[in-house]
Design a protein around this ligand. Structure first.
Ligand code: 6GU
Length: 259
């Protein structure tokens, strides 16, 4: 996969040389190029923004500078991603879809945003354009979001994660549950023991315990995920555990028992 990132803070993307993403690049699985938007500015001060049409606070990034940059960086098969708090939510499903692409181009703007004509123009020209948000909070710019997107996508590329099985049971996987808690050695630490079942060697009991823990965690931390769960994917023991947690099936969906 090829990923181009365009930003006025190219140094912000330095972590893309580290850890999992850095290794994917070294292994030749991923080609990442970071570009300074200002190199496409034509005036003496390398201006990239201007005051908002219609008035208001802050500055808006100029479409002419972005257009020059994107005309150079986009390819016919590229998917243009514009990180913005007003975008559609980036989820694990988004990462899975993007991991099948040949070429991603991330256009990082400051949070007041890029002139709306940029997305409109490239959509009209046949480029796939997605405006994406990484969550319901406001960042100073798209760079941190770009780091998030690149890491989430890269770990799904074939050959990046050593054991592909670790992609299966994780939080926000297809089961729609949060991951169960994990433990390692030593068996006793700070007065706390590794749960006995995990050292029992009973693989079926371990599997059941982990599933119950995943359900318990999801009920406590992300009840929205339980409410969206496909009830058909739940077995009798899931339903028993959920009932202990105060969740029952009502009209084909999980609902908390009213207090
Ligand atoms: Cl993608 N960009 C900015 N500036 N803020 C955000 C965001 C993106 N996602 C959540 N907040």
């Amino acid at each position: 996969m090829r990923i181009d990132v365009v930003s006025i803070f190219p140094d912000y993307l330095a972590p893309l040389s580290l850890s999992l993403v850095g290794k994917a690049r070294t292994a030749g699985i991923l080609d990442v190029q970071v570009h300074d938007l200002r190199s496409w500015a034509t005036d003496r001060h390398h201006t990239v923004d201007d005051t908002p049409a219609g008035g208001g606070a802050g500055m808006v990034m100029r479409p002419d500078v972005w257009g020059a940059a994107l005309d150079d960086v986009l390819t016919p098969d590229a998917h243009l991603l514009i990180p913005t708090p007003s975008g559609t939510t980036f989820t694990q499903r988004t990462a899975e879809t993007l991991a099948t692409e040949q070429h991603l181009v991330l256009a990082c703007g400051r949070y007041e945003g890029i002139d709306a004509r940029v997305a409109e123009h490239y959509r009209a020209s046949g480029t796939r354009v997605s405006e994406i948000s990484i969550g319901d909070y406001v960042l100073g710019g798209g760079e941190a979001a770009a780091l998030v997107v690149v890491e989430a996508v890269t770990r799904l590329l074939p050959g990046v994660v050593g054991n592909p099985h670790s992609l299966v049971e994780e939080s926000h996987g297809v089961a729609g549950l949060l991951e169960y808690p994990v433990y390692t050695k030593p068996p006793a630490w700070s007065g706390l023991d590794v749960p006995e079942v995990l050292t029992s060697g009973h693989h079926r009991k371990i599997e059941r315990w982990r599933r119950d823990q995943a359900l318990t965690r999801t009920a406590a931390r992300r009840p929205d995920l339980l409410a969206a769960l496909d009830v058909a994917a739940l077995d009798k023991r899931d339903l028993a555990q959920l009932s202990e947690l105060g969740w029952v099936v009502v009209g084909g969906a999980l609902r908390p028992v009213a207090e």
